[in-house]
Design a protein around this ligand. Sequence first.
Ligand code: G6P
Length: 610
Amino acid sequence: MCGIVGYVGHRDVVPILLEGLTRLEYRGYDSAGVAVVDRGGSVGIRRAAGKLVNLKTELADDPLAGAYGIGHTRWATHGKPTTENAHPHQDAAGRIALVHNGIIENFLELRSGLEERGVEFVSETDTEVIVHLVSSYYEGDLAAAVRRTLDDLEGIYAIVVASADEPDKLVTARQGPPIVVGLGENENFIASDVPPVMGYTRDVVFLDDGQLAVVTPDEVTIQDGAGNAVEAVAQRVTWDPVTAEKGGFKHFMLKEIHEQPTAIRDSLIGRVNRHTGQIDLGELNLDEDLANSMSELLLLGCGTSWHAALVGKYWIEKLAGVPVKVDHASEFRYRDPLVADGAVACAITQSGETADTLAATREAKDRGAKLWTICNVVGSMATRISDGVLLTQAGPEIGVASTKAFTTQLTCLYLIALKLAELRGRLSREAIELRLHNLARLPGQIEGIVAQADKIDEVARRVQHFKQFLFIGRGLLYPIALEGALKLKEISYIHAHGYPAGEMKHGPIALIDDGVPIVALAPQSDLYEKTASNMQEAKARDGFILAVATEGDENLADFSDELLSIPDCLPEFAPLLASVPLQLLSYYVAVRLGCDVDQPRNLAKSVTVE
Ligand code: G6P
């Protein structure tokens, strides 16, 4: 949802900004731009509609050099993705430049006020009002002008501002979307996320909501919302920068699918001991009292994370006997939800910065719930507002379509289900050990599925021409049908619908003919026979059947046109395994159709606006 970068220091600024934007392009790719202040004190701006490559071409044709500067890659909200609407935006005198991530809700009102005072607008964006306001308040102190401007703004923002009149200084502020300040030696960095700074420093400060920072090459000073000085608390990022690179894979998504065995192992390490049956979820702050007093668990998320929540509901209710409600965060926040006394709300969010999920969890907290977060980003807002955190150890996920973040979310939800079951006395030590033993086998089993990539690509070749797909599953596999359909939609733009297999006869079966393939999730489970019947009903209507079945299943092979297999497992673990062939199927269909897999149209990795 827009990526922003800033640099002050001794290096040539443009390459640093471009490299940073490249690492943030997953956040938006409708347009991009940079503003640089040169040693002579003048501001140079280059912007281009479309992907970052267009800006790079623009800069190659018309280079810029300078000492400090800011950059932006946009996911359009207000105004089309044109060059005029691309950031950075400037004040009328061309002395102040600004980049923004977020939405200013009262921009129309602010804009008319400025227009009445004679300000001329050159873009359709909400952002442009901010830079004109800063300029109108500027009296020789950029930070003070920004602080006054923030008082006028309603909405959410992360901004970085540069002024030609205050050399080697950037001012940044956040209310909602993230800002990370990277601390270097005689240089400092600003970015929307950690990857742009990782090549230079591992020491970062995550700004809090309402904070403003003044960043020079030698100093970072932070103020709270009232303008009081706040200590900058640095955190060390331990990710390996190489994991944020493609590492020989054609796309990040393919790399991230392959990384799932490692990501799941990393999410288990230090938390489970399969020999003793111990489960340690320390950071979640879940003890026997809480496990037994908890009246209900509310799982809140968006998109793929919501699908993880749906799987979590099956596990937690079955294993731990805790009632679970799952909500789309965007619905929960606006529907006057009932939150029982003793409820725990758990945000499931890869990024920890999805606006709807943050708002929903705050709503739950206001209604008395304790807050947990299952999150992949250390230091993100979701982790900071929660009473308990379980980090998915997926490492950076760059592909917009979530893969390893999803399966590690599932892993963490399963651990919560088991821990709750243990603390509530619902499972014996032996039953837990058996499950932990099988959980430890999953990474190896996923390696086996990934090794079938060529076979899955061949299936993709056979089905790529279909214009719509139905994905069906029952029980734990119903959410995986939803997720399989979402993956295909997101990256190949083929219409796909996920449905509970038992509901087919209540409507969707009307769609079936030889032009509608059915992807049926039918590994061995107590619902196997029922799903197989639903598949036969579809076959009887000429549907093309692509089954995901347990290895060696001869029965389904008889009436399936294609069959992808997953290893034999405890039925509880089928969601983790069955997700992987569906990810690969979507990936290969999208590649064959020539789609932009890592940066699908109209999407962004983290959605920091409503
Ligand atoms: C966006 C992404 C999805 C993701 C959803 C929730 O829509 O495109 O892939 O599932 O946000 O993101 P979160 O970071 O909260 O898990």
